[in-house]
Design a protein around this ligand. Structure first.
Ligand code: BGC
Length: 784
């Protein structure tokens, strides 16, 4: 049982003021009596009890106490656990803190919560946030990999498990999901999202929010989600992190904003601002974005927190002094200031000078308090600090098994010539490459609470799955990179890169020798986990260091060459695609990655993942995505026709398109059949296709449906994903897959930013990826 310093979570006794507040709604004082509270934002608040409760509380608060609630502080860690700095303790006691992040474990969180609840005048509990990005303690594949499962049930499950663990570990707020659409693989944070597609990204956004928040945020095993980074962070120019974004409203509405909106419609209770500017105004000071669009148009009634020191960064953005930008951010609609303490330092003075009104501070404070109310923290501030629950929940067997399963589902088979895979459980495997024995890289970037020492490496996984039936001989062959500066930078941030000081020639020679003595080469190559994620943009997206040289030398041995790739972004893999016999994309697969990879290699599991971000041939093609526009001079392969939209030196087509992924078996698709060739807006049209398993294994396939609107008042993409279905087919089996098409699948934003349909001709494409499709056509007519 939890020991509660306050009676059963109902009454918070206000020390020194003899007033009491209950989350159930009975109060001894009204907000009006205190005279300082603005009218509650009833238009947005749906819970009158919460309005009353928060209104009453606000009425009791001094200006300083209100400003204190807007302050979110980070509490650091050392290697043995949480370190609570004196400064934070003192600030909490002074009522200068609304929430903390980077503190977890029930003991550490309880300690801080006690300071807030017993040490401050109004006993307002703290929020406890953390970057729970792809699992909390049990780590799942990085989000880009998770999205490659094309399985909303599994994606939701990963978020649910993360919420179970995080909420048992002292946390009530996760800074996830990141729903930024990303089409430039140079941007390191492409690893943290669901890839390039608007419709698909919106499905993932909803699934994640459902997983974190469940049906009832007050439950002890649910946490508040935080949709980030609002907005357009993934569209940074040149793929360089934090860089400028300049984009038409039409494009924003059509392609970049829907996933944020989807997450909010799914009930996400908080939103994080982005670092970037949007059309000249940084997101964290952008009133159009944070108030007019988010609150007034979309009706968001939750909490807006800035990104890390994003208010301070408005100074170098060029918006004014620290005091000035603090006022700007608050007035724009930012409620909580992450780490920068600009609100804390400057808002009281800003009220005095008239730069901001107390009503504006009340509004921000109300949202912080409402978030706490929604989490049930006023009922029981210790709801998330139950040591027993932590012991029973964290990394339990069921979660470890889920991690293995989800990792398998996330892997994408990019190539498999001559059925090189699956491997036989006999003979000798040359296991080569800098990532073959790595445990640290398995859990990827942004896995702060994950213990990489518990992660399974590829070498360990192969041994566990194949046992003594195969002989494994290992050689490193190359370092991930030989760039000393990069190694230093990565290791300064937990990279754990083990650098072999032998020359590249020596390492390659050793690997070739090992390969010669084997039946097959499994080369585990790619990026180190720290090469993607925040502040990890790369201009060269080929395999780093000497890894390609290593592969070239291995290729010369004539042995079958299997690549196991680990990376957090699409890479440019032209040579690898032309020369390897098989390529398995495994991302950074999480706690169970090594076991999952071995399951795939030996055919315990048949790959079914599909890419959610296009892999280019060359970095010069980026940004590259399947849902491009035709242009007035589309290139159709006419080699001698110069004046077409094309490159002289590289193809327009990617290496691996969106939606791509092979299986150990093969599938054939019939021509799609439409239930009717004309459709009224009120009608549902059906399109069916027969899919047959034509190969030698049972398998799973993601059947994808794309639509093209041939004529519009604004130009429309050549294809847009609108639906998909996962099917399992036994060897030789066939199934008819039917998709409904409704008017919602045909809508888009017009020039006036209205979400409309326009009668006319459409094409529907069905296939195994966005490139290899079969088509049918229909006409949308207006209702009579
Ligand atoms: C990142 C956010 C993250 C925050 C808190 C920032 O640097 O952009 O995604 O949630 O830090 O750690």
């Amino acid at each position: 049982m939890k020991s509660l310093p306050i009676a059963a979570g109902i009454l918070l006794l206000c020390m020194g003021c003899a007033e009491s507040i209950s989350q159930q709604g009975t109060t001894t004082e009204t907000a009006a009596a205190a005279g300082t509270v603005t009218a509650p934002d009833t238009a947005q608040s749906v819970d009158p009890q919460m309005d009353r409760f928060v209104g009453d509380l606000l009425a009791k608060m001094t200006l300083d106490e209100k400003i204190g609630q807007l302050n979110l502080v980070a509490v650091g860690f050392d290697v043995t656990g949480p370190v609570v700095s004196q400064n934070v303790d003192e600030n909490i006691r002074k009522g200068n803190v609304g929430g903390v992040f980077n503190t977890f474990t029930p003991i550490a969180a309880r300690k801080l919560q006690e300071l807030a609840v017993t040490g401050t005048r109004l006993q307002i509990p703290l929020l406890f946030g953390y970057d729970v990005i792809h699992g909390h303690r049990t780590i799942f594949p990085i989000p880009l990999g998770l999205s490659a499962t094309w399985d909303m049930g599994l994606i939701e499950k990963s978020a649910r498990i993360a919420a179970e663990e995080a909420s048992a570990d002292g946390l009530n707020w996760v800074f996830s999901p990141m729903v930024d659409i990303a089409r430039d693989p140079r941007w390191g944070r492409i690893a943290e999202g669901a890839g390039e597609d608007t419709w698909y990204g919106s499905q993932v956004a909803r699934a994640m929010v459902r997983g974190y928040q469940g049906e009832d945020l007050t439950k002890e095993n649910t946490v508040m989600a935080c949709v980030k980074h609002f907005a357009l962070y993934g569209a940074a120019e040149a793929g360089r992190d934090y860089n400028t974004v300049d984009m038409s409203l039409l494009r924003m509405y059509q392609e970049f904003l829907p996933p944020y909106k989807a997450a909010i419609d799914a009930g996400a209770a908080s939103v994080m601002t982005a670092f970037n500017e949007i059309n000249g105004v940084p997101a964290s000071a952008n009133r159009w974005l944070l108030t007019e669009l988010l609150r007034e148009k979309w009706g968001f009634d939750g909490l807006v927190v800035t990104d890390y020191t994003a208010i301070n960064e408005l100074v170098p953005h060029g918006l004014g002094t620290e005091a000035e930008v603090g006022a700007l951010a608050l007035k724009a609609g930012a409620d909580m200031d992450m780490v920068g303490e600009v609100f804390l330092k400057h808002l009281a003075q800003a009220v005095k000078s008239g730069a901001v009104s107390e009503a504006e501070i009340d509004q921000a404070c109300r949202r912080v308090l409402e978030a706490k109310y929604k989490l049930g923290l006023f009922q029981d501030p210790y709801r998330y600090v139950d040591e027993q629950r932590a012991k029973e929940t964290i990394m339990k067997q069921e979660y470890i098994e889920a991690a293995r399963d989800i990792a398998r589902e996330s892997m994408v088979l990019l190539k498999n010539e001559k059925q090189t895979l699956p491997l036989k459980r006999s003979g000798t495997i040359a296991l080569i490459g800098p990532l073959a024995t790595s445990q640290r890289d398995m859990i990827g970037n942004w896995s702060g609470a994950g213990d990489w020492k518990l992660a399974v490496s590829v070498e360990q996984g192969i041994k566990q799955v194949a046992g003594n039936s195969v002989k494994v001989i290992y050689a490193k062959g190359a370092n991930i990179t030989d760039d000393k500066q990069m190694i230093e930078r990565l290791n300064a941030h937990g990279g754990e890169l083990q650098i072999d000081t032998r020359s590249s020639e020596q390492m390659i020679a050793e690997a070739v020798k090992v390969a010669r003595g084997a039946d097959v080469i499994v080369a585990v190559v790619g990026e180190s986990q720290g090469m993607t994620g925040e502040a990890a943009s790369r201009a060269d997206i080929t395999l780093p260091g000497q890894q390609q040289e290593l592969l070239k030398a291995l290729k010369k041995t004539g042995k079958p060459l299997v690549l196991v790739l680990m990376n957090g972004r699409p890479l440019a893999l032209k040579w690898e695609d032309e020369n390897a016999d098989a390529i398995l994309e495994t991302w950074f697969g999480g706690t169970q990655a090594g076991n999952a990879i071995a399951d795939m290699l030996f055919g315990v599991y048949n790959p079914s993942g599909k890419l959610t971000a296009t892999f280019p041939v060359e970095v010069g093609q980026v940004p590259i995505y399947y849902s491009y526009k035709n242009t007035g001079r589309p290139f159709g392969g006419e080699q001698l026709d110069k004046y077409k939209s094309r490159y002289l030196d590289v193809p327009n087509e990617p290496l691996y398109p969106f939606g791509y992924g092979l299986s150990y078996t093969t599938f054939s698709y019939s021509q799609p059949q439409l239930s009717q060739h004309t459709m009224l807006p009120s009608e549902t049209l059906e399109v069916s296709v027969e899919v047959r398993n034509t190969g030698n294994y049972d398998g799973e396939e993601v059947v994808q449906l794309y639509i093209q609107d041939l004529v519009g008042t604004v130009t429309r993409p050549v294809k847009e994903l609108k639906n998909f279905q996962n099917i399992s087919l036994k060897k030789g089996e066939r199934k008819t897959v039917t998709f409904p098409i409704t008017i919602d699948d045909l809508k888009f934003y017009n020039r006036d930013l209205e979400y409309v349909y326009e009668p006319g001709d459409f094409k529907v494409y069905i296939g195994t990826n966005s490139r290899d499709v079969q088509e049918a056509a229909f006409t949308l007519r207006e209702n009579q």
